[in-house]
Ligand binder design. Structure first.
Ligand SMILES: [Zn+2]
Ligand SMILES: [Zn+2]
Length: 1016
């Protein structure tokens, strides 16, 4: 993007935000027909006599603004305070019908202030301010400056406030408020506050010039501080190639890496080493420590971090060495680059250094040497950095590496997302990369099954099974001509990009197909390599499976999940029937196609082992917390234990996380494995080897404190003003362009990029409330609105995303407002979303970072954070909004997660019992079936299976600490009851699950509905 385009965008945002601020304060108004205290939310000051006495209510409409400062010298102090304000007066007759209000003139009163040491609420300037207000037309209004010496905190510290002291009397309600208020402190040399007690302090600028009281503080010049109505913080766009990684000296193109990767990667690693010598050496740390006056803990933290850099460098070197030593790995790496080049279609030519750096850092463990295989590799990139492509590169590499080493079929990776719904955009990107890999596989004559994708979601979005005839539980009707279309997942052909993808259900081999009719498409009319029905996933075992975390629950219910831990039972002789599983009464030969009469060839145990997934991926690791994290930790252990028992190995785990805080502990709890993160952060928050900040605007964050009016009012007004202003650009382009100082040529671009406003709510209730009020409280004609929450039907999500990605030609036909929940925070990447209102600070900082990263992905974005100021957390965030935005990463709270909850164990024990029955015992049983209590009883008496032994196996499979005696006792007790019922035919149980204390969970969320905790 050229500089002048970014410049125009930034100027337009300045103008737009200027409009919102002006309207919020009433700058341009001089007459109103309603009480201004019900209209404006900025710059206002309630009369002290009306203000509540206690914190929460007092914050709603404060009667004072000011700042806390640290004078450079001990008192007494002499400095200047400048006060600006005005009021509104009700004029005309006082009948309600024709109410009219007029703005008074503004006052601007400089006061020389002499503050003695020990002053407490010492008042200044009351007389002069009242006189000025009187002259301005606000007869009876008054205010005063109050100063308190708080040097008892350890160093000189003053609180300077302007308080509205207007008494009840001549002025009526609404007239007693002051508006457009500002307080400045001049000619007082100050020292900054230092943010203490946060981790990684050495990486951040810890200075705060002053602390606002009910407002923000701007530094206008040396010794000039002013209160601000909003806190505005700009984040700068990062860049990924610069200095030693400049693309001219170090081109990390797909092309180059597909030819001879080793020299280029060696150069990258050497550059990283050289950079480390400059930035992490003992000398440079000593220099900074002196310059920035580091505390001893900070020096120690920096020393530890330098060691992490060295370890990462070592891993990168080992990665390049593995590539050099292992021919198959090198071939796989080269083919992966060919595939990624193909998938990119010229949109980009290569890797960002950190992307390929991550892939290289994982290579040593790919060759399954050493303890590295067990280490959970966590990718930590700023959102928008290109995490998905990095993942895809690794998956495609792993798929080729599997093939080259003789794993010709089966799952290479199972990638899980923690939400109920998986982003369609993300799915398309996976499909594109895998289709490109498939074409490369064909071209380079790599053997095995086609490389393909499985979309493992179910739960209404896609079918678990297409039944021969509709049933009570599965109403899907194969004869319904619209049926197939309902399950379209791809919007474009992953081979040729055509958007004419069609859906068709094929009765012959019982498959639900995505088809591309475009001429010249490499699919040649054959089904596209993507499977969306659970049963087809079991039958064809796509190379990469993406799905929701919830699906792990199937391990205790679905015998066909065997291929997720080991491999299938056999192969059906009928064409395209695929793999077979345990026999059931409805499928006597184990084939999953209804009424199949084919013969089944068993898969030999030695071969079966090779089918096990090489990787499990976990996206958005930080969302695995609380009860969901606890439940998942048991299921992860169960998957590992089964795979280890059946194949002798486990999958490698790769994760991505938005937070670094406490991730090692989280990984340990979830997976019982050690973890590490890539990349390790640089010595300064603004620059590392992999990324640094540029001068261009990424996102402007505006903290808004809704004074005296509701949050909903401020949100509706903000939407109204933004939409009206954008529409003015359409109707009066010359006026707007001259005000905003942008060239007219940019108008269509600006309308496209700033015409859609996202209103983000933290709860579905907030989102729906915002959605409703758009119809009644936002007086903008022809306003097109859509909603995106977890409850939005699949097809509606697809349509809305389509409209956002490919907007209608006419502005009035486009979507103008999207009300959304955290559903959009994961995988919705639309460059056209650049304005957002956040209704209240989200419960976690990670969610805040993720949600706001939806805007400004490619172009400058604007985010209004309207605080629910009555809440303590929101008030706290407002008070340190600047560091909260600039250093958000370390405000991320440690993830609360535990695996030793007996309540959770009570739920997951059933899963262990059932999964072991399905995958350990059933395949060993004589008839290959343990589907009834009778069969199970027979098996247990023949094999001598007993409660004690099975309890120990279940506990171990759930990853239970053997010293946790109480928990172990619980498991033993569940198994004893289970075996007692099993051995007692009089019990009446017919099916094994009836022996359980409770059925296995159908979803990992069954434990409880996730209700965000809030104090409102
Ligand atoms: Zn095609
Ligand atoms: Zn069959």
């Amino acid at each position: 993007m050229t500089q002048d385009v970014v410049e125009a965008q930034t100027r337009f945002l300045d103008w737009l935000d200027g409009r919102v601020a002006a309207e919020g304060r009433g700058d341009a108004d001089s007459v109103l027909d309603t009480d201004p205290s019900g209209v404006y939310w900025l710059g206002r000051l309630a009369p002290e006599s009306e203000a509540a006495l206690i914190g929460r209510e007092r914050r709603m409409d404060p009667c004072a603004v000011g700042m806390r400062v640290r004078p450079a010298h001990v008192g007494p102090w002499s400095f200047v305070v400048r006060v600006r304000a005005l009021a509104w007066s009700r004029v005309g007759n006082s009948q309600e019908r024709n109410e009219k209000w007029e703005k008074t003139a503004a006052i601007d009163v400089p006061l020389r202030i002499e503050v003695p040491m020990g002053a407490v609420g010492r008042a200044f300037g009351g007389r002069r301010i009242a006189d000025a207000l009187h002259l301005a037309g606000a007869v009876g209004s008054s205010a005063e400056v109050r100063v308190t010496d708080e040097s008892w905190r350890g160093s000189p510290e003053l609180v300077v406030e302007l308080v509205n002291t207007t008494a009840e009397g001549p002025r009526q309600r609404g007239e007693r408020h002051l508006f457009e208020v500002e307080l400045r402190v001049l000619e007082l040399p100050t020292r900054p506050f230092l943010l203490e007690s946060l981790p990684d302090s050495f990486r951040y600028d810890r200075r705060l010039p002053a602390i606002g009281i009910n407002c923000g503080v701007a530094v206008l010049g040396p010794e000039e501080l002013a209160t601000t109505d909003r806190v505005v913080v700009d984040r700068r766009r990062p860049e990924y190639t610069f200095g030693r990684t400049d693309a001219r000296t170090l081109p990390l193109t797909f092309e180059r890496l597909s030819e001879d990767p080793v020299p280029t990667l060696t150069q990258l690693v050497d550059a990283y080493a050289a950079w480390g010598r400059d930035h992490w050496s003992a000398d440079s740390l000593r220099h900074r420590a002196a310059e920035e006056r580091w505390q001893p803990e900070m020096i120690e933290q920096a020393r530890v971090a330098a060691g992490e850099h060295t370890a990462e460098l070592r891993r990168l070197r080992a990665g390049v060495a593995a590539l050099e030593a292992d021919t198959d790995l090198r071939t796989a790496f080269r083919l992966m680059n060919l595939a990624m080049r193909r998938a990119a279609c010229g949109r980009y030519e290569g890797w960002r250094p950190f992307q390929i750096g991550f892939v290289v850092s994982v290579l040593p463990s790919l060759v399954r040497e050493g303890a590295d295989w067990q280490t959970v590799e966590t990718v930590w990139f700023a959102t928008g950095g290109g995490k998905t492509e990095t993942y895809l590169g690794l998956l495609v590499l792993a798929a080729f590496y599997d093939r080259l080493r003789g794993k010709l079929a089966g799952i290479t990776a199972w990638s899980r997302f923690p939400l109920r719904m998986l982003s369609l955009q993300q799915t398309q990107r996976f499909a594109d990369a895998l289709a490109a890999a498939e074409l490369v596989r064909r071209d380079s004559h790599v053997g095995g099954e086609p490389i393909s994708l499985g979309y493992f979601i179910g739960a209404g979005a896609t079918p678990n099974e297409i039944p021969a005839a509709p049933t009570e539980y599965n109403p899907i009707d194969v004869d319904d001509p619209e049926m197939a279309n309902r399950y379209r997942v791809l919007s474009a052909c992953p081979f040729c990009g055509s958007e004419r993808v069609r859906m068709k259900f094929h009765r012959g081999d019982w498959t639900l197909r995505h088809l591309c009719p475009a001429t010249g498409c490499p699919s040649e009319g054959q089904p596209l390599p993507v499977y969306v029905v659970d049963q087809e996933i079991y039958r064809f075992l796509p190379t990469v499976i993406i799905g929701t975390l919830d699906k792990a629950a199937l391990i205790a219910m679905q015998g066909s999940m065997r291929a997720f831990i080991e491999g299938p039972a056999g192969h059906c002789s009928r064409p395209r029937h695929g793999f077979t599983y345990a026999k059931r009464s409805k499928r006597p030969n184990g084939c999953l196609v209804p009424d199949c009469q084919g013969d089944v060839t068993p898969v030999a145990p030695t071969i079966r082992r090779r089918f096990a997934p090489s990787f499990r991926l976990q996206d958005e690791l930080h969302l695995l917390r609380d009860s969901l994290g606890a439940v998942d930790s048991h299921y992860e252990s169960l998957l590992d234990a089964l795979q280890l028992e059946l194949t002798g190995g486990t999958s490698k785990i790769i994760a991505s996380s938005a937070t670094l805080t406490g991730f090692e502990r989280q990984v340990r709890v979830l997976y019982n494995r050690p973890g590490r993160v890539f990349p390790v952060p640089g010595p300064s928050a603004r620059e590392s080897f992999w990324t640094r900040e540029t001068d261009s605007l990424l996102r402007r964050f505006v903290a808004v404190w809704p004074r005296g009016v509701t949050l909903e009012w401020v949100s509706d007004r903000t939407t109204t003003i933004v939409q009206q202003s954008v529409r003015r650009l359409l109707d009066e382009p010359d006026v707007v362009c001259s005000q905003a100082r942008v060239d007219r040529v940019h108008v269509p671009m600006l309308l496209n990029l700033y015409g859609t406003h996202v209103v983000y709510g933290n709860t579905v209730r907030d989102v729906e409330g915002a959605h409703r009020s758009l119809g009644t409280q936002v007086p903008v004609a022809l306003l097109n609105v859509a909603q995106l929450t977890g409850q939005t039907p699949f097809e509606e999500v697809r349509e809305t995303l389509g409209r956002l990605l490919r907007p209608e030609g006419d502005f009035h036909d486009r979507l103008h407002v999207i009300t959304a929940s955290s559903m959009i925070s994961h995988g919705v990447d639309v460059d056209r979303l650049n304005i957002m209102t956040v209704l209240g600070v989200p419960l976690t900082t990670a969610e805040f970072i993720q949600a706001t990263a939806r805007v400004g992905r490619t172009h400058p974005g604007l985010v209004y954070v309207i605080h629910k100021i009555g809440r303590e957390r929101d008030a706290a965030v407002f008070s340190h909004f600047t560091p909260f935005i600039e250093q958000g990463d370390r405000f991320v709270e440690p993830i609360p997660v535990t695996r030793s909850s007996r309540r959770v164990l009570e739920l997951t024990t059933s899963a262990a019992i059932e999964a072991r029955r399905l995958f350990v015992h059933e395949p060993r049983s004589a008839g290959g079936r343990l589907t009834t209590v009778d069969l199970l009883r027979k098996y247990s008496s023949q094999t001598g299976l007993a409660a004690g032994e099975e309890a120990r196996a279940c506990a171990a499979a759930l990853g239970l600490d053997e010293h946790h005696h109480l928990a172990l006792g619980d498991v033993v007790q569940q198994l004893e009851t289970y075996f007692m019922r099993l051995e007692n035919p009089g019990d009446g149980a017919r099916w094994p699950h009836q022996l359980l204390k409770r059925s296995p969970m159908r979803s990992l969320r069954d434990v409880e509905v996730q209700i965000p905790v809030s104090d409102d």
